[in-house]
Structures are given as C-alpha cells and as structure tokens.
Design a binder for this molecule. Structure first.
Ligand code: GLA
Length: 549
C-alpha cells in the first residue's frame, strides 16, 4: 500500500522524471518511490568556500551543460553558511557569503528548474568548525529539530537535507533516536507544507537497518578522497578501493527508494581513467546517490562524457532501485548484477569490477547471472551490441577498471543464494556488538560468509526474495561452519520449519558442511530466515534450492 510520503513522491516523480523515462518501455514508467538523487554538492568542490555567487553559478552550469536534462537536479549547499545562533535560538548567517539570505539562493536554484539542498548536523556543532569555531557552534539540529527544519523547508524552501554527525558525536547522542526524531520531524513538515523532502543521513558507516525506515539515503563510509588507496596522511578519508570493498556486502539494504550513499564523486582529480570509470559505473549499478563533487565550470570533456553516459545513468535511476550483489568472483575480480525494469525479468545490469593491480580476463558465467541460454549484450561504455556465444562471456578488464553491460535474455530461477547478499536484520557498524555481518572467508563460496547470526530473536539472516516460478516442494540446503555445537532454526514465510541441532564442523570458516530440509515454497517470492533466538547459530555460506520431483 502507498503511504502519504510515497504518494507525494510519486506525483513529484512523475514530473521530475517525465523527460527521463520517455524513452523507456511502459513498465519502466511506473514507480512508487524516488530514484537515487542526482545533482551537485558543494563539499568536494569548495569545502567551506561557498557563497551565493558560486552556488548560483553551479546551478547555471548544471543547466548550461545539459546535465539537468539527464536527471542531475539537486544543487546542494554543505557546511559553512551559518554564523552561530542567537540567544533566542534563531540561526545567524554568514552574511558576507550569503548577503541576500538562503531563501534567495533556493529561489534562484528553483528558477532554473532545479532542486535545492541544505546541510545541518544531528547534534550541536558542525564538522568543519571542529567544534570550536564560533560560527559552527550550536548551529545543528539538536534541540531545534522542528524550528530549524521549518526554516529550511518552509521558510527557505529547500528540498533536500544532508544531516552530518560531528555534533552528534560531540554530544554523545544515540544515532537511532536522534536521526529517527529528525526523520519524524521531516515527515511532519512534509505533510504541513505539502512537498517532498529528501533526507540524507551522514553518519560515515552503515548505522543499522533502522536507517532504511527513516532516511532516503545514508552515507556508509568516511569522506571519499580522490585516490584508489586510502591515504595515510588523511586518516579521515577513504579511497575508492576501501569504499567498494565495504559496499560489496551492503547491497541488501538498498531498495524501495532507500539507498546506501557512497559519498560525492571525486572525478577529475587524481584517479586515473580506469578508476574514474569504476567510480562512476559502480556508483550507478549500486544505486548510490550521484552527487558531482567538482566545480562544474572546470569539468573536462572526459568527465562530462562519463557523467552523460545515459546507459549508466539509467542503471542508477532504474525503477526497481536495487542494490547489486556479487554473483561471481575470481580473486579480486567481481561480477555484480541487478535486475532492471522488471523484477526477475529479462534485463539485468552487470558490472565486472577489477580491484586487482593487473589486467585480467574472466569468463562471466551466464548461469550464475540467472540466464538460461544466450543473451544480447549492450556495452555501456563502448555502446557495442553483441550476442553471447556459449555459456560464458569473456570480459577483459584493466587494473582498477570496470566494464558495465546490460544483458538481456531468458531467465531461470536462481538456485544459489549467498549469505552475504541476504538481509541481516541487526547489521550495523556503529557499536562493537556481535551482530550478524558478512565477512571475507577464503574457503567459502565467492570468498564470503555471514558470522554472528542469532543469540537474539531479531539477529537473523533473511533472503527476502527467494523466487520460484512454480510453487511446490523444494529442498533447501544450507552450507554452514561452526567450531562448537550450534543450532540453526529455519523459518519459511513466517513459519518455523526446522531446527538443526548440534551442528559442528570443527572450524568457524575453513571446514564447511551442509544440512537440508524439504519445504513448500509458493510461486513467486518467498522469505527464508535463518536464526537462533537462544544462542548463536553457525556461520553460513549459502543456501542452494532445488525442486523435489
Ligand atoms: C563531514 C561530512 C562531509 C562534509 C563535512 C563538512 O566530514 O562527512 O561530507 O559534509 O563534514 O564539514
């Protein structure tokens, strides 16, 4: 059922995406949530050197370059526009930078047919003020949630907010409580003023699955730096490799109009051509918000060509809004894929990401991608259209590079579900708690497993879309490892179907064994949940399903 926010979003979206969806088939035009936001953000380009003049000029350039027509609609102000707070609680502005006030800037952005973004903190202080600069003291949302949001969205007419957490840290706030409180205030104001507001949470790690019910998008990493590797001199930033390594096993949480935000783009600086292709293509296939982080006046033709790649943009803005789990892995080369346009339909977005330092050729397995027979292949970079020959497609990828494709063909039901692609209900990276998480495990299928399942009712692993064309009896086989005796409870579509007891392989990640149960699955989508409310369950590698004749 559609809730109010969904309805507001649907009508907003109809207008916002009319242009974009025109060329797509009818089925692709129905969507009941917003796609990842696309636009420009001030932080990577200007830091605090923002002003009415340069923000408005970026809005001009977004239009001048035609990027707005491709969906790049948001112009987002970041840290550095306040000047402390008055005793009566009202916010002061840095009037040298914004002499005509912030409403003037939003109006200008809107006059260009664009959307305006603003920035705040969940706590008291801003990040760039390092909690000491007077302009950044006490300007965050804590204690001013409703009044500040009213100011930003009603009085100033902004459409998007990024909510940082340096002040939240400073005050020792509880992330879940504070971000949910802000989310609730935003929902209330959306109703009061009748417009959609995009809520982006910036807590620098995946905060917990609660975030998917509160925010439209959430940062999952520290600040991106313009380098492949992390930089020891910039301990705070993450290089591209680090961000992509983390993103591999967080794909289950993107969906239904709520997205992992891999941070703003760092094109046009120190990344080489291959790394830039990887940067953009992976942000696109992962359905991350796309926030250009460069001064638009200085974009090179090379960067522009990448940003204007309509295939990759379509991959990002696809109506299903899915994450893209790993379906094949050869060392440091990953094949990730997601359905496009129709769930379990014929079209899939496929990316082959080479995280290694040498050129590699891999045979991409069509069966692993869920195809039966051959596929039509569209190369999203070269634009070449070809057909597959045989059961695999040979793909060569330079070091740090990515190849991206649309594969179109007949599908067959998926038979192998990796644990690391499942929804881990208590997954979070803020507290040092043993909640279920996907980790590398070289002896596991595709090099990963899930550990720390169980010990509470809520700490389960769930495959939420176990899809079978025909309903009937299926054998579910689970690969597990445990160095001590552990129990595993299996629940299908809300019913407990089996508890395996005393599972023990003598190792947590090196010795694997399997256990099976025959269950009824209904035609279409099924949920399979693994857990153990009383104690920890074994580690899980995958589930295989086969029809029982
Ligand atoms: C944090 C955020 C950045 C940026 C700065 C501003 O570091 O993660 O994206 O907003 O604050 O101070």
């Amino acid at each position: 059922m559609l809730n109010t926010k969904t309805i507001i979003k649907t009508s907003f979206l109809t207008a916002a995406l009319a242009l974009f969806t025109m060329a797509q088939p009818a089925s692709a035009q129905q969507r009941d949530f917003l796609p990842p936001m696309m636009g420009w953000g001030a932080w990577n380009a200007f830091g605090q050197r923002i002003s009415e003049e340069n923000i408005c000029s970026q809005a001009d350039w977004l239009v001048k370059l035609g990027l707005d027509k491709l969906g790049y609609k948001y112009v987002c102000i970041d840290d550095g526009f306040w000047d402390g707070r008055n005793d009566d609680g009202t916010l002061r502005l840095q009037t040298k930078k914004f002499p005509n006030g912030m409403r003037k800037v939003a109006d200008y952005i809107h006059s260009k047919g664009l959307k305006a973004g603003i920035y705040s903190d969940a706590g008291d202080n801003t990040c760039a003020s390092r909690n000491v600069e007077p302009w950044g003291l006490n300007v965050g949302l804590a204690g001013h949630e409703y009044d500040d949001c009213k100011l930003y969205f009603a009085d100033w007419d902004y459409d998007y907010i990024k909510v940082d957490y340096c002040g939240g840290n400073n005050m020792g706030l509880d992330e879940r409580k504070q971000y949910t409180k802000i989310g609730d205030v935003i929902k209330r104001i959306e109703k009061e003023i009748g417009k959609n507001i995009v809520y982006n949470v910036c807590r620098w790690e995946f905060p917990g699955t609660w975030i998917t019910r509160t925010a439209d998008s959430w940062r999952t990493t520290a600040d991106i730096i313009d380098s492949w590797e992390d930089d020891e001199k910039r301990a705070w930033g993450w290089g591209l490799k680090h961000i992509l390594t983390r993103a591999r096993y967080e794909q289950a949480y993107t969906g239904g109009g709520h997205y992992n935000d891999l941070d703003g783009l760092q094109l046009g600086h120190r990344l080489n051509d291959q790394e830039e292709r990887t940067h953009f293509a992976m942000w696109c296939i992962y359905s991350s918000p796309i926030v250009i982080g460069q001064d638009l006046r200085t974009l090179s033709e090379k960067t522009l060509t990448l940003l204007r790649n309509a295939d990759l943009v379509a991959m990002n803005q696809d109506r299903l809004g899915l994450g893209a789990p790993v379906v094949q892995r050869e060392g440091e080369v990953y094949v990730v894929a997601k359905d496009m346009e129709t769930l379990h339909g014929k079209k899939r977005a496929v990316a082959v990401l080479n995280m290694s330092d040498r050129k590699q050729t891999i045979e991409v397995c069509l069966k692993s991608l869920g195809f039966v027979g051959g596929v039509n292949i569209h190369d999203c970079f070269s634009k070449a259209d070809t057909k597959s020959e045989g059961n695999t497609v040979s793909v060569t990828v330079d070091a740090h590079d990515t190849q991206a494709f649309f594969f179109v063909g007949e599908r067959q039901d998926k038979t192998l579900y990796q644990a690391e692609e499942a929804w881990l209900n208590e997954y979070q990276r803020l507290a040092n708690l043993p909640t279920a998480e996907a980790v590398d495990a070289s002896k596991a299928c595709l090099g990963a497993m899930v550990q720390n399942i169980g010990n509470s009712e809520r700490n389960y692993l769930e495959w939420r879309d176990v899809y079978v064309t025909k309903g009937g009896k299926y054998k579910l086989t689970f690969a597990y490892a445990a160095a001590k005796e552990r129990d595993l409870k299996v629940n299908v579509n809300g019913k407990d179907v089996k508890t395996f007891t005393n599972l023990n392989t003598g190792s947590w990640d090196a010795q694997w064994s399997t256990c099976s149960v025959v269950v009824n699955l209904k035609a279409g989508s099924n949920k399979v949940r693994l857990g153990n409310a009383e104690a920890f369950a074994p580690n899980i590698d995958y589930m295989r399903i086969e029809a029982v004749k």
